[in-house]
Design a protein around this ligand. Sequence first.
Ligand SMILES: Cc1cc2nc3c(=O)[nH]c(=O)nc-3n(C[C@H](O)[C@H](O)[C@H](O)COP(=O)(O)O)c2cc1C
Length: 164
Amino acid sequence: MKDPIFQRVSVRKFTDAPVTDEQVERLLRAAMAAPSATNQQPWEFYVVRDPEKLMELSRCHEYSMCVKNATLALVPCYRKEARHPEYLHLDLSAATENILLEAVQMGLGGTWLGIAPVPDRMAKMREILDLPEGLEAFAIVPLGQPERDKPRQDRYDPSRVHTL
Ligand SMILES: Cc1cc2nc3c(=O)[nH]c(=O)nc-3n(C[C@H](O)[C@H](O)[C@H](O)COP(=O)(O)O)c2cc1C
C-alpha cells in the first residue's frame, strides 16, 4: 500500500496513457473532500483536455511549460464572493494538495503550478479559460501517468522542530 504523502513528488513528464473521466471524477471528489473555512467550499474546477488549451496553459508563465506534456490539466478556481475571503487561498491549497495525493494513490502524477496570488498570472488565466467575473484561477495541475519513477527526498529536519 503506497503512502501518498511520502510517495508524492512533482511530475512534469508523462506517458501517453489516458486518464479516464472516472479517474478525473475521483480526483475532483478528493479535491472537494478538503477542509475549508467554515466549510465554505469556495471552489470550482476546470478540466482541460483540449491540446490547444493545454498548449496555451503551458505558455501562461515561465514555469508552466510542463503542461504541454500532460494528458490533462485541472485548474482549481475560487469564487471571489465568499463568507471568509481571507481564507480563499488556504481553502484552495488544501483542495489542490488533495488532488496531488489522490493522484499518487491512482498511479498518476502531477505538479502544483502557482497562479494566485500573482496578478499577471491570474489575468492570463482569465483570458485563456474565459473565466466569468466572479471566478479566479488558483493553480494549474497538469496530470498523467508519470514517465519515470522519480527519487523522493527525505526532508525531515529535527532542527525545525521546537518542543515546549
Ligand atoms: C505554491 C506552489 C507553486 C508552485 N509553482 C510551480 C511552478 O510554477 N512550476 C513548477 O514547475 N513547479 C511549481 N511548484 C512545484 C514545486 O517546485 C515543488 O513542489 C518543489 O520543488 C518541491 O518538489 P516536490 O513537489 O517534488 O517535492 C509549485 C509548488 C507550490 C506549492
